[in-house]
Design a protein around this ligand. Structure first.
Ligand SMILES: Nc1ncnc2c1ncn2[C@@H]1O[C@H](COP(=O)(O)OP(=O)(O)OP(=O)(O)O)[C@@H](O)[C@H]1O
Length: 461
């Protein structure tokens, strides 16, 4: 999976490289800087085909972002008028130097990437973890170095001793997932953290660690969990996140006393935050991303019940100008996009389908998979929430499946808002990805729904 993500990112990088070289040729201003930048990009273009092991390419995960910036910079030289170019010349030279520095720091990594590939081939197992401690930490610091180039705050590298002390020897479990266990901790400077400790010696855990570190670290958004840093010593692979206090949306919907279970305003607010996070990934992040595992268990809630999207272990870079990407991902049962399942082509619309399932969970209070009575078999069988709830909603009977814990009878304004959420869910759940809405439309509908609920509350005061 991580390998496909890296290949996809590098394919996108290949497209950018030719665009930069073309644009640099025609840029009127800062010509020397443009040419310098283009010659560095040309070097990358020549080196890339020689590095063929996607796992070994992890240290280059920030390449897409650096090239995107280089492309924008060169393009901005082409676009602006003469007066602007005159006055902005100094500022642009500074930006050129900065971007060139970042590209230089990636160029330095190419020989090391070649060595990792060689070590993996000699070892024959394909595990980076078989490198000895010294090589392993140099790989790690290379990854961190690259990442810190793309984030002004820099990735933190923690030692095993620091993590052991922070978690009081892995004493408090916050949760368990497919790739490992998450522990509560407190760093020496007082920051509360959640530490994901990946299962030892598991190939998929190793890949998830690399993917999540490369993909999530540069991302910064109020509705996306913050990755503070990582620890890679010997067999240990750990990611350190800010601690998000109030568990997952799934936990809260399961808890009758939770403010989320008992309030439509809180529920629609959580949906809106999650949709804004996906909007950021699909439309704003550099490089663009597809989350691939949007579930109610991957939406964490902080102490003010603000949602933070987590679970980036399956995420992929979204190649620009590509309609669908042939990547191999495993989605959670109940959230699987039927189009991806049948074609293997991943689109941003895959996240829209999973978000549609989360909307149904919020409306009905049910799990993504529900047990129903099967008359012919005279027994309970599992079915997806989509097949249980969607036909009723589409028949205009939302009230028959609506969760009654927030209010036994919604007010007219609440009903209007919930109907809007339900019809948005219904179009997100269309079989063909191209018939689903784009994420900005979903955000707009959820904003409207939340507004209706808030207006109603003011009306009653
Ligand atoms: N930053 C965090 N703050 C608090 N709790 C967290 C945090 N991250 C994860 N958890 C808890 O740990 C659980 C498992 O985390 P996560 O889903 O990221 O693991 P995973 O192994 O990637 O799971 P999967 O691959 O099955 O989605 C979460 O459901 C949540 O309860």
């Amino acid at each position: 999976m991580a390998a496909s993500a890296i290949i996809t990112g590098l394919v996108a990088a290949g497209g950018l490289i030719s665009k930069i070289i073309q644009a640099a040729d025609t840029a009127q201003h800062n010509k020397r800087e443009c040419k310098n930048l283009a010659s560095r990009v040309q070097m990358i273009a020549e080196l890339l085909p020689q590095v063929q092991d996607p796992e070994a390419m992890r240290p280059l995960a920030g390449l897409g972002e650096a090239l995107t910036e280089a492309h924008e910079l060169v393009q901005s030289c082409q676009r602006k008028g003469r007066t602007y170019r005159f006055f902005a010349a100094g500022r642009q030279s500074d930006r050129f130097r900065e971007v060139q520095g970042r590209i230089d720091s990636l160029l330095i990594l190419f020989p090391m990437v070649g060595l990792i590939g060689l070590a993996r081939r000699l070892d024959g197992t394909g595990h980076v973890s078989v490198l000895n401690r010294a090589s392993s930490s140099s790989v790690h610091s290379a990854v961190s170095h690259e990442v810190s180039e793309s984030d002004s705050e820099g990735a933190e590298v923690f030692t095993l001793a620091e993590i052991t002390a922070a978690t009081k020897n892995f004493g408090v479990v916050l949760g368990k997932g497919d790739s490992g266990t998450v522990y509560k901790g407190k760093l020496h400077d007082g920051r509360e953290v959640a530490v994901k400790r990946f299962r030892h010696g598991q190939r998929s855990a190793e890949a998830t660690f690399g993917t999540e570190l490369a993909i999530l670290h540069p991302v910064s958004h109020e509705h996306i969990v913050r990755l503070l840093g990582s620890c890679a010593e010997d067999e240990e692979r750990m990611l350190v996140y800010e601690n998000v206090d109030n568990g997952t949306l799934r936990d809260q919907l399961n808890n009758n006393a939770s403010p989320v279970a008992t309030s439509w305003k809180a529920r629609v607010g959580v949906l809106l935050g999650a949709a804004r996070a996906i909007y950021h990934l699909h439309c704003r992040a550099i490089p663009l991303l597809i989350h691939c595992n949007v579930t109610s268990s991957n939406i964490l809630l902080d102490r003010s019940w603000t949602p933070r999207l987590a679970g980036f272990g399956a995420s992929v870079w979204r190649a620009p100008d590509v309609e669908s990407q042939a990547v191999d991902i495993v989605q959670t049962y109940g959230y699987e996009d039927p189009e991806y399942r049948s074609t293997g082509g991943l689109k941003p619309a895959t996240d829209l389908y999973s978000l549609g399932v989360v909307m149904l969970e919020v409306l009905t209070g049910n799990q993504p998979v529900v047990a129903v009575w099967e008359e012919t078999k005279k027994t309970m069988v599992d079915t997806t929430l989509v097949s249980w709830a969607l036909p009723t909603i589409e028949a205009g009977q939302l009230g028959d499946v609506l969760d009654r814990r927030p209010t036994t009878e919604p007010t007219p304004q609440q009903r209007q808002a919930l109907q809007l959420v339900a019809s948005t869910a219904s179009i997100c759940l269309r079989l063909q990805g191209d018939n689903r809405p784009a994420i900005p439309d979903v955000v707009a509908n959820l904003e409207k729904a939340l507004q209706l609920i808030c207006n109603d509350m003011f009306g009653r005061l």
